[in-house]
Design a protein around this ligand. Structure first.
Ligand code: PLP
Length: 389
């Protein structure tokens, strides 16, 4: 088949300093979910996103679970959540026994539509049943339109939890996402803009909230010499070894954002004259990190649909992925309430994420662009004729 190496969607990109810092962790023997690198990582993260308190955790999903508990979400409650997202935004709602209500996207940022949110809040108020929280997701490196969303949450008294797993390094009117609500969730999974191999964090300007998160994350131990417990806890702390990796990665975050934005610009310039392709817009309210370069494929104008393009890329050993399949279309969430849905349905149907790893070379980008242009030019030609050698 294909001798050239696979181009992945968003592989890890090490700075080169990781092993040195991990070596320090080994030398100090803090091979545990506690230690000086965890503290230093939390401190550095707080400075990066501009927040006073940080809990480094085993995953973004764990951070979201704790955020829901801290917001006081109870069994039987409803939680509003963006429908265009990864299932990890929704699963923790079930961990606490609540149920999701899905809210559709707008086209300016592809994130949660503030006017639909208002409609949903109004309808729940009329029914006398307010949601226990809103999980607002910021997708692919770009924030949602936070101002109207924050004021709606304040007006209706609904705690705002930001799922900022995909937007580390982004801004909204100069501020970092994750810092606008009662708590924000970050992820350092292997495919994110920086990684600890696996990990996450909960950030907040409410010190008591993060203190309680840390307690729950360490089996809810009471401050006693023996092990005393008054509530149910979890084992959610980040390993000191992984925090050491994170410290090194945080040092190159800004480089990674610049690299991803450059890759996006190269794609945009190279595909500008290809009919039927449009890129995720950059909304006027802040910096898009371009964590992933996402396109929309109009099958008539382009000459092939999103799936034909994805298969053609795959045949050339290039990983591309459809946009998130909306949560209101997922079999596991069938029967859940939803407001709107047609915008995210269409984005999913036509949307493709192109390889966007910050270590991509120009030759890598050329390989992707050549296939996209070839598929577009040849319309619906079968992918078996696309071998370009
Ligand atoms: C990656 C991701 C998460 C989950 O983070 P993990 O660290 O993998 O648990 C949550 N929400 C979104 C939108 C994500 O992309």
């Amino acid at each position: 088949m294909n001798a050239v190496s696979r181009i992945y969607l968003s592989p890890p990109h090490m700075s080169g300093q990781e092993l040195t810092i991990v070596g320090e962790a080994f030398a100090s023997n803090w091979i545990a979910p506690v230690g000086p690198h965890v503290k230093a990582f939390e401190q550095a993260l707080g400075e990066t996103v501009g927040v006073s308190h940080v809990a480094a955790l085993a995953s973004g999903t764990a951070a979201l679970h704790l955020a829901l508990l801290l917001a006081g979400v109870k069994p039987g409650d409803e939680v509003f959540v963006s429908t265009l997202t990864f299932s990890a935004s929704v699963n923790p709602i079930y961990y606490v026994g609540a149920r999701p209500v899905f809210i559709d996207s707008e086209l300016q940022s592809w994130n949660l539509d503030p006017s639909l949110l208002e409609e949903a809040l109004e309808s729940r108020r009329a029914a006398g049943r307010m949601p226990a929280a809103l999980v607002l997701v910021h997708l692919y490196g770009q924030t949602a339109d936070l101002d109207p969303i924050v004021s709606l949450c304040e007006q209706y008294g609904v705690p705002l939890i930001e799922d900022a797993a995909e937007v580390l390094g982004a801004t909204y009117r100069g501020r970092h996402p994750g810092t606008f609500g009662c708590a924000g969730v970050l992820s350092f999974n292997g495919n994110k803009i920086i990684t600890t191999s696996g990990g996450g964090a909960l950030v907040s300007n409410n010190g008591a909230c993060i203190e309680q998160a840390l307690k729950l994350a360490t089996q809810a131990r009471e401050p006693k010499p023996h092990y005393e417990h008054e509530e149910i806890g979890y084992n959610y702390r980040l390993s000191n070894v992984l925090a050491a990796i994170g410290l090194s990665q945080l040092g190159v975050l800004e480089d990674r954002v610049q690299a991803r934005r450059r890759i996006f610009e190269v794609y945009r310039a190279a595909l500008a004259d290809t009919p039927g392709l449009t890129f995720q817009p950059e909304a006027p309210w802040g910096r898009h990190t371009r964590w992933l370069t996402c396109i929309q494929v109009d099958p008539e104008a382009f000459g092939a649909d999103r799936e034909a393009l994805r298969l053609a890329l795959d045949a050339e050993n290039i990983e591309a992925r459809p946009l998130w399949k909306p949560m209101h279309r997922q079999p596991v969430f069938a029967g859940c309430a939803a407001f709107g849905g047609s915008v995210s349905d269409r984005l999913f149907e036509r949307g493709l994420c192109l390889p966007s790893g910050s270590a991509m070379t120009s030759a890598d980008i050329d390989r992707v662009v050549d296939i996209v242009r070839l598929v577009g030019r040849r319309g619906t030609a079968s992918t078996s004729t696309l071998a370009v050698g």
